[in-house]
Design a protein. Structure first.
Length: 661
C-alpha cells in the first residue's frame, strides 16, 4: 500500500491535493530560511499550516461524531501524541546532544528553558516573554524558536474536540455553528490589531501569541463545519467542479503572490485584518481543493513528489531551522545557492529518515512497532521522556556570565592584550550616552577592574541631539524628559559624584534621520548634522569642565549588522528601509560620524577610544569574535560580549587617563 493510502486509512482525512499544497508551502518556507530573500512573504505560509490543521482536525472530529455518535477524546489525544511526539523527541535529543558536545555557553544557557517549554508546548509564550523578534536573526536565535507553531496548535487541540462536539450537539443550524466560529476568529483578529506592532513586546505577542494566531485555526474550523458532515452524517451540496477549482486556484495563487510581495510584519496583515482575510480565503481554497474533481488543480497538486513533500512537512519543518543555524555557524561563507542546496538536501534526508524509520511506524501501530511489544513501547515512552528532561537540565548546567568573569574565562576583544592588573590609583569614571553604554555599565565586571569606580550616567533612549529620532515613518522617538533632565543636571551630577574622567559613548542613532520641531528632517551625514554634533559635544565638555572633571574621553561608534532583512520592527520599518539604503549604510558603517568625533576630539584635546578599530570594522563586520556573538539585537552588545568589550574598554580608559597632559 502506498504511503498516502496508508495514512488516509489510519487518519481518515488526508487528501492528495492538500498534501501537495502543504508541500509547496513548506518548500517556500525552507527556501526563505536557506537564503532566498525574494520570498519575503514566506512567513504567511504559517497561517496556511494553521488553517490546514484547523480544517483537518475538525473534519476528523465531525466524521467520528457522525459515525459513532460520540468523540473519543482519549483516542484523539493518543493520535496527536503518536503523530507529534516521536519526531519532536528525536529533534530534542539530537540538538541537545550537539549542545552538550559542541555548543558555547551562551547557546546552552537558554536551551534548557527552550527544551522544557517545547515539551510543555508553551514555547510560543516563552518567546513572547523574551520579546523575541522572528525577523531579526541577530545574536544567537533559539534552536527551538520554530516550534512555537506546535505550541499554538497543541493549545488549540486542548479545546478543539470539546468545542466541536458542543457545537454539533447543541447548535442545530450549520450556519449558526459557522457564524459562532467565525465570530471567535474575528475576535482574535480584532485583538491582534489591539496588540499591534508599536513595541518589540507587542510584535512578539502579535506574532507568537495563541490568542492572536488562533484566528487562522478557527478559519479552518469554520469551513470544516460549513462543508463537513453534521451529527447525522449529512453533508451540504458540494461545490461544482468549476467552483471548487476556482477557489482552490484563487487561494493558491494569492498565497504564491503573497510569498513575494508581503513584507515581514506588514501592518495590513496584523492591524487591518489581512491575516484573517487570507486565512478565510485559504480555508475556502482547501475545501475547494478537496472537492476539485479531476480538474487541473488536482492534477497539478497530486503530483507525486509534491505530495510526498507534503507528507514530510512536519519533519521538514522541524529540522530545517536547526540545519540553517548549523550552516550559519559552521559554514557562514557559503554562497546563496550553495546554502540552499546543502540546507535543503540535509533537511530532506533527515526528515525522510525520521518519517520512515520512526514517525510512520508509530502512527500506524504505536511505539510497539519500534520495540516489538506494547510493554516495551511503554517503557520506551517513559524512558524517552525522562531522558529528554535530564538532557535539558544537563544542557543548562553551564556557568553564568558572572561565574565566567570571576574565573577569568572571558576572551580578549583584541587578541594579544595583556591581562588586566589593577593599578594603585583609583579612578572615578562617569560614562554617558544612550542605552548602549547604559547596559554596558550595568554589566560592568567590578571585581576584575578594582581600580575603576564606574558611575553610570547613561540614560536609555537618549540621543546626543535635542531632536526627535526618526527611525521610520511609523516610529519616531521624541526627546524624553529624562534626557533633558540628565543634560541640565550634568555638571552638578559630575561634581557630586567626584568624577575624574567622563567617557562619552554617544551617537548610536546618528546614522538615521532626525526631525525638527517643524517636521522637516535632518539627513545623516549632512553638514548640518555635523554642526549640531559639535555643538552638543561642546556642551558636554563645558559641563565637565565646570564640574572640575580632569579628562573627557570619546568612544567611536562600532560597525553593526544592519542588513535590511534582519532589522527588528520596531523601531525599523523594513519596507521603508529598503527604499532608503543609505540609512542602513550609515548605521552599519558609521565612518562619517566617527570622522566628526575624531576631529572634535583633536580640537578639544579629548582622547579617542577607537571601538571601531578594536572591532576591526575596516575589514568588515564580524558577527562573532573569539567565538562570542557580539550583538544581541541590531544595537546592543550581548550579555556574553559585554565583559569581552570591557577587556578592551577598561584598560583603554585607564591608559588614556595615565597619559593625560
Amino acid at each position: 500500500m502506498k504511503i498516502a493510502e496508508m495514512l488516509r486509512t489510519s487518519q481518515g482525512a488526508r487528501s492528495a491535493p492538500l498534501d501537495g499544497v502543504r508541500g509547496l508551502a513548506v518548500v517556500v518556507l525552507l527556501a526563505y530560511h536557506f537564503g532566498v530573500e525574494a520570498l519575503q512573504g514566506a512567513w504567511i505560509g504559517i497561517s496556511l499550516f494553521f488553517v490546514f490543521s484547523g480544517y483537518v482536525i475538525t473534519t476528523i472530529l465531525l466524521k467520528e461524531q457522525a459515525r459513532f455518535g460520540r468523540v473519543s477524546y482519549l483516542e484523539f489525544f493518543r493520535r496527536r501524541a503518536r503523530r507529534l511526539l516521536p519526531a519532536l523527541a528525536l529533534l530534542i535529543v539530537v540538538v541537545g546532544t550537539w549542545a552538550l558536545v559542541a555548543a558555547d555557553h551562551a547557546t546552552r544557557r537558554e536551551m534548557k528553558g527552550d527544551i522544557l517549554a517545547t515539551l510543555g508546548f508553551v514555547q510560543n509564550w516563552r518567546l513572547v516573554s523574551q520579546a523575541d523578534q522572528y525577523f531579526a536573526e541577530l545574536g544567537d536565535p533559539s534552536f527551538f524558536r520554530h516550534v512555537w507553531t506546535l505550541s499554538v496548535e497543541e493549545q488549540f487541540y486542548l479545546v478543539a474536540p470539546f468545542a466541536a462536539v458542543l457545537l454539533v450537539r447543541h447548535v442545530a443550524s450549520r450556519a449558526t455553528r459557522v457564524v459562532v466560529v467565525l465570530g471567535l476568529a474575528l475576535l482574535s483578529a480584532w485583538w491582534m490589531a489591539q496588540v499591534g506592532l508599536a513595541t518589540s513586546e507587542a510584535v512578539a505577542h502579535s506574532y507568537y501569541g495563541t490568542d492572536t494566531r488562533v484566528q487562522a485555526l478557527l478559519a479552518g474550523m469554520a469551513v470544516a463545519f460549513a462543508v463537513g458532515p453534521d451529527r447525522h452524517g449529512r453533508r451540504p451540496r458540494p461545490m461544482t467542479s468549476w467552483t471548487a477549482g476556482f477557489w482552490a486556484w484563487a487561494a493558491t495563487l494569492t498565497s504564491i503572490v503573497g510569498f513575494f510581495v508581503v513584507p515581514p510584519l506588514a501592518p495590513v496583515m496584523f492591524e487591518k485584518g489581512g491575516m484573517l482575510v487570507l486565512s478565510l480565503l485559504t480555508a475556502v481554497g482547501l475545501a475547494g481543493a478537496v472537492q476539485s474533481g479531476s480538474g487541473l488543480f488536482r492534477r497539478v497538486f497530486s503530483w507525486g513528489p509534491l505530495v510526498y513533500l507534503g507528507i514530510l512537512t512536519y519533519g521538514l519543518y522541524l529540522w530545517h531551522w536547526p540545519v540553517a543555524l548549523w550552516i550559519d555557524r559552521y559554514a557562514p561563507d557559503l554562497s546563496g545557492p550553495a546554502e540552499l542546496l546543502l540546507g535543503s538536501a540535509a533537511t530532506f534526508a533527515i526528515a525522510a529518515a525520521s518519517f520512515h524509520l520512526i514517525e510512520l511506524p508509530v502512527m500506524l501501530g504505536g511505539l510497539s512497532q519500534l520495540t516489538g511489544t506494547v510493554g516495551r513501547g511503554r517503557v520506551l515512552a517513559v524512558a524517552t521522556t525522562c531522558a529528554v528532561v535530564v538532557l535539558a537540565f544537563a544542557v543548562g548546567r553551564v556557568p553564568t556570565v558572572e561565574q565566567d568573569i570571576a574565573a577569568g574565562r572571558v576572551p580578549q576583544l583584541v587578541e594579544g592584550s595583556d591581562p588586566y592588573v589593577p593599578g594603585d590609583e583609583q579612578i572615578r569614571v562617569g560614562i554617558y550616552g544612550d542605552s548602549v553604554p547604559h547596559y554596558l555599565s550595568k554589566r560592568f565586571p567590578r571585581s576584575t577592574y578594582g581600580d575603576i569606580e564606574l558611575v553610570n550616567l547613561a540614560v536609555e533612549g537618549c540621543s546626543l541631539l535635542p531632536l526627535t529620532t526618526y527611525w521610520s515613518p511609523g516610529y519616531r522617538e521624541p526627546v524624553k524628559a529624562s534626557c533633558r533632565q540628565s543634560r541640565e543636571e550634568m555638571a552638578s551630577v559630575l561634581e557630586r559624584e567626584r568624577v575624574d574622567v567622563l567617557v562619552l559613548m554617544v551617537g548610536t542613532d546618528l546614522g538615521t534621520l532626525h526631525e525638527r520641531e517643524d517636521g522637516s528632517l535632518v539627513q545623516p551625514g549632512s553638514d548640518e548634522l555635523r554642526t549640531m554634533v559639535d555643538e552638543q559635544l561642546d556642551d558636554l565638555r563645558a559641563a565637565a569642565d565646570s564640574a572640575g572633571v580632569s579628562q573627557v574621553q570619546l568612544v567611536t561608534l562600532p560597525c553593526r549588522e544592519v542588513s535590511v532583512d534582519r532589522l527588528p520592527s520596531p523601531p525599523f520599518d523594513q519596507e521603508w528601509m529598503a527604499d532608503h539604503p543609505e540609512i542602513a549604510g550609515h548605521l552599519a558603517d558609521p565612518v562619517a560620524a566617527n570622522g566628526w568625533f575624531e576631529e572634535w576630539a583633536a580640537r578639544s584635546d579629548a582622547p579617542v577610544l577607537d571601538l571601531y578599530d578594536a572591532l576591526q570594522c575596516s575589514e568588515g563586520f564580524q558577527r562573532r569574535v573569539n567565538g562570542v556573538t557580539l550583538f544581541e539585537d541590531a544595537l546592543h552588545f550581548s550579555d556574553e560580549a559585554t565583559p569581552m568589550v570591557w577587556t578592551w574598554l577598561a584598560p583603554a580608559i585607564r591608559e588614556r587617563w595615565r597619559t593625560r597632559a
